[in-house]
Design a protein around this ligand. Structure first.
Ligand code: PNS
Length: 159
């Protein structure tokens, strides 16, 4: 059974993430979307909110499950009996950070591979930070996040 892990902060999930999730789920048997419980980063959405938004967004993908993890990614991957980490690459600017993480993970767990998928050109400019910035100042986030979570993102800034 081919199990892939797609890790991230997902604060919140964007259509760029959804593009990677939908494409990756087609080339594996099971895809775990793994939400990092970060102790250093201060996310806008709580871990429960990020998981819940993701679960709603992926409800049409039969072989996709959303979980959270803490600690080292490679330990979580091994615990799921998986061998593949999926990451999305948007632009050259992502490359250095992603290379560093992939090489560190390879050093710690040589039997786990990181596979990179090039993001869809329509989302190569998109990030969770940009979505939050837009939502904060009343910009239009239509088409940038899954429709079913749009209201939740906007509501966060209305408080
Ligand atoms: O969406 P993000 O914030 O770019 O995701 C980063 C993530 C979650 C993939 C990365 O921070 C991670 O794997 N954290 C777990 C801790 C870990 O394993 N660190 C060592 C590799 S750098």
């Amino acid at each position: 059974m081919k199990t892939f892990i797609y890790p991230g902060s997902f604060d919140p999930v964007t259509n760029g993430h959804m593009d990677i999730i939908e494409r990756a789920s087609k080339i594996c048997d099971k895809l775990f979307v793994a939400v990092l419980i970060s102790h250093s980063k201060q996310p806008l959405f709580s871990m429960e909110e990020r998981v819940s938004l993701l679960k709603r967004a992926v409800s049409h993908c039969d072989n996709v499950e959303v979980e959270c993890f803490s600690g080292l990614l490679v330990d979580y991957v091994a615990q799921k009996n998986a061998k593949v980490i999926i990451k999305g690459l948007r632009a050259v600017s992502d490359f250095e950070y992603e290379l560093q993480m992939a090489l560190l993970n390879q050093k710690m767990a040589p039997d786990i591979e990181t596979l990179f998928m090039m993001s869809n050109i329509n989302y190569s400019f998109l990030s969770s930070s940009m979505v939050k910035e837009l939502a904060k100042y009343g910009g239009n986030i239509k088409g940038l996040v899954p429709e079913c979570i749009e209201e939740d993102v906007l509501r966060k800034f209305k408080k």
